[in-house]
Design a protein. Structure first.
Length: 360
C-alpha cells in the first residue's frame, strides 16, 4: 500500500494529514525556529518515510527570510531533509504539482499556495454555479470565489489577494487587538487603546466562549495560560488598566466590541468578493448571476466564518467543522493536499516503486 502525507507549512503552525483523515497540527513559530524545521517535520509525521509527500506553504513570508524566494528554498530543502526517501511534490498556484527542483525555480507560484490547494480540492463539492470558500484560521482568513467547482481568484499573490479582499489578515487567535480597533466605548466615553501586543483575538473568543479554555496553551500575548481569567487581564491592559479597575461586565462588553468589529471587517471583505464574483458571472453572460453563492466554511475559525456569512445573508452549504470534524477543518489545507497528491501523483509513483508496493 502506498503511504501518502500532506503538509501545510505555515509561518506559525505546521499541519499534516493523510488521505484517510488522520491529521496533526502543532505550533511552530517559523521566525524563531526555522532551523529546526526538518526535525519538526519528522516529528509531525506518524509515517516514518511516506512513499509520497505533497507540500504547500505560507511560511516563506516569515521575517527570518530576506526574500520569499529564500523562504521557499529553505522550506523545500527542509522537506527533502525530513523525508529523504520519499517522492515529494509541491503544489503551485497554477493548479499543479511540481518537483522540488522545479518549484525552487518558481517561487512566485510555490509561495502562499495552500489556499489554492484547498479551493481546488473542495470545489468539487459544488460543481455547478457560483460558490465562495471561506477559510478562517488562527492568523488569516481566505475568501475564495469559485465557479463550477473551480477557483476564480482575482489574483494569485498575497498582495493581489489583500487588494481584492480575498485575503484578510485577521484570525481567531494571533491577531493583535490593536490591529482590530484603535478605541473602544466604555461608559459612553471613547477610550483610545494602547498600540501594544497586550492581547489578541484569542482572548476575545475565549471570553465569548467560542474557544475553550486550555491551561496548557501558553501561545498567548503574555505567554500565560489560555484561560478566561488570564484573557481578562490581557484585554484590560489594552486600556492601560488592570482587573481592579474594570468589572467583568465591562470587560465582556469590550470583548464584544472587538468581536463585532472583526465580523464587520470580514463581512465587508465577503461582500467585495461576492460583488466581484457576480461581475465575473455577468461578463461570462451566465444565467446564474443572481443566484446567491453557496458557502463552504473551514478552518479553526469556521464558527466565525458562519457568523459572518449569516450577517451577509448567506448560509453554509458545507461546514467542514460540522460535516467532517473540527480537526480536519483546522488542517483542511493539509488534508486537501493529501487527497490531491494521492489522486494526481499516485499512479506516477507506482510506476517507480518495487512490485511489492503495488496494490492489486
Amino acid at each position: 500500500m502506498t503511504s501518502v502525507l500532506g503538509l501545510d507549512i505555515g509561518g506559525a503552525n505546521l499541519k499534516a494529514a493523510d488521505p484517510d483523515g488522520q491529521v496533526q497540527t502543532v505550533v511552530f513559530p517559523m521566525w524563531q525556529q526555522h532551523r529546526e524545521l526538518p526535525d519538526r517535520l519528522r516529528e509531525l509525521s506518524w509515517i516514518d518515510q511516506p512513499d509520497l509527500v505533497g507540500a504547500t506553504m505560507t511560511g516563506e513570508l516569515a521575517d527570518c527570510f530576506d526574500r520569499k524566494a529564500d523562504g521557499v528554498a529553505w522550506i523545500l530543502d527542509s522537506v527533502q531533509q525530513a523525508f529523504p526517501e520519499s517522492e515529494i511534490r509541491i503544489w503551485l498556484t497554477s493548479g499543479e504539482f511540481a518537483t522540488p527542483d522545479d518549484a525552487v525555480d518558481l517561487p512566485q507560484l510555490a509561495a502562499a499556495s495552500n489556499w489554492h490547494a484547498l479551493a481546488t480540492w473542495i470545489g468539487r463539492a459544488v460543481p455547478d454555479g457560483p460558490a465562495i470558500l471561506m477559510d478562517t484560521g488562527s492568523t488569516t482568513t481566505d475568501i475564495i470565489p469559485l465557479i463550477d467547482g473551480l477557483p476564480v481568484p482575482s489574483g494569485l499573490s498575497d498582495m493581489e489577494r489583500l487588494q481584492s479582499g480575498e485575503l484578510v489578515y485577521t484570525g481567531i487567535r494571533r491577531t493583535p487587538l490593536c490591529a482590530v480597533m484603535q478605541s473602544v466605548t466604555l461608559n459612553e466615553h471613547q477610550i483610545p487603546l494602547a498600540a501594544e501586543l497586550f492581547a489578541t483575538t484569542q482572548d476575545v473568543h475565549l471570553l465569548l466562549e467560542s474557544i475553550a479554555e486550555d491551561a496548557n496553551d501558553v501561545q498567548t500575548a503574555d505567554g500565560k495560560p489560555s484561560t478566561v481569567r488570564d484573557a481578562q487581564r490581557r484585554i484590560v491592559r489594552m486600556l492601560c488598566c488592570d482587573q481592579s479597575e474594570l468589572n467583568d461586565q465591562d470587560i465582556n462588553d469590550i470583548a464584544r466590541q472587538f468581536a463585532r468589529t472583526q465580523r464587520n471587517q470580514l463581512a465587508s471583505a465577503l461582500t467585495r468578493v461576492r460583488t466581484n464574483l457576480a461581475q465575473h458571472l455577468r461578463q461570462a453572460k451566465r444565467q446564474d448571476v443572481e443566484i446567491a453563492p453557496r458557502m463552504i466554511l473551514s478552518g479553526s475559525g469556521a464558527f466565525l466564518a458562519a457568523e459572518v456569512a449569516a450577517e451577509c445573508g448567506l448560509s453554509a452549504s458545507i461546514n467542514l467543522a460540522e460535516s467532517v470534524s473540527s480537526s480536519i477543518s483546522e488542517a483542511a489545507c493539509a488534508f486537501a493536499l493529501a487527497r490531491l497528491v494521492s489522486e494526481r501523483c499516485r499512479d506516477e509513483l507506482l510506476e517507480t516503486l518495487p512490485f511489492q508496493h503495488v496494490e492489486m
